[in-house]
Design a binder for this molecule. Structure first.
Ligand code: GLN
Length: 265
């Protein structure tokens, strides 16, 4: 057990961006680190937070929100807060951004009603909601992580197994990746970024952007371990081995869902 390591998670807009249960990602990250003797502090980042608070954090987490809340957040992020997030991600801080949050990281979001809103422009993607009467992309989603370096690192962590994510999506917006963006994965079941091109999410330095709720991490705990390992490497320059945890419940939940969806793991 390591007692000398400690990490801070910057949690974006916990009040406004927790509509879809993505706080589960923060709880699972925190718990899995603590079980390994790594101290974790969760730092909320919202309208009242000075931008440079983010310079202190080692991991960033952001969840989903409905269009209205998302608009408030997008306006608040413009300027110094965007630059603080960009600095962190460009320096390799691992991040988990779900659904509404990846839309913020892109160039713009066109909501179901109203005007296009500028995003942070950190990832080369755009998101467009085709209108409140258009069907939402809702349901269980399964995808294989294909972002090159992440897929390699996860496959190694999983002892040679392919990194398959099981999750749940619920979005009206459709995301289209630009040439500079690398997809996080390829859809096996579900809609993914836009229900057209089979891409799912985006991977930027060490930031995972995805439409997958679930929440993502409790359902796919290896993502938490990769984030913790990556954050420790970034902060301390150490390649640590995390002790194995009993993931049998998560494994059974994944196996049940894969079976129900007719996907071979
Ligand atoms: N507002 C976005 C949409 O409907 C995001 C939804 C979400 O975060 N689940 O596309």
């Amino acid at each position: 057990m390591s007692t000398q390591h400690s990490l801070k998670i910057g949690w974006l807009y916990p009040q406004l961006m927790s509509t879809y249960g993505d706080r589960g990602n923060v709880i699972a990250l925190q718990q899995r680190a603590q079980w390994r003797g790594i101290a974790i502090e969760v730092v909320p980042y919202d309208q009242s937070t000075p931008p440079d608070v983010l310079d202190q954090v080692d991991i960033i987490a952001g969840g989903g929100a409905q269009d209205r809340q998302q608009e408030i957040v997008m306006r608040d992020l413009a300027g110094a807060k965007t630059e603080a997030i960009r600095r962190k991600l460009d320096a390799g801080a691992p991040g988990v951004f779900t659904c509404g949050s990846p839309q913020l990281l892109g160039k713009y979001y066109e909501p179901g009603q109203g005007e296009r809103i500028d995003g942070m422009g950190i990832i080369d993607l755009v998101s467009k909601h085709p209108g409140i009467d258009a069907p939402r992309c809702i349901g269980n989603v399964v995808f294989e992580v294909t972002a090159k370096r992440l897929a390699q690192e996860l496959t190694e962590m999983l002892g040679g197994q392919k990194p398959i994510i099981v999750g749940f999506e619920n979005h009206g917006g459709r995301t289209f990746l630009g040439e500079q963006a690398e997809a996080l994965g390829t859809v096996i079941k579900g809609f993914g970024n836009n229900a057209e091109d089979k891409t799912e999410g985006a991977f930027y330095h060490n930031a995972i952007a995805t439409y997958s709720h679930g929440p993502l991490i409790p359902k796919n705990p290896f993502i938490a371990d990769w984030m913790i390992k990556t954050a420790i490497k970034n902060k301390y320059g150490e390649d640590i081995q995390l002790s194995k945890l009993d993931d049998s419940l998560a494994d059974r939940a994944r196996a049940t869902m894969l079976d129900r969806l007719g996907v071979k793991d």
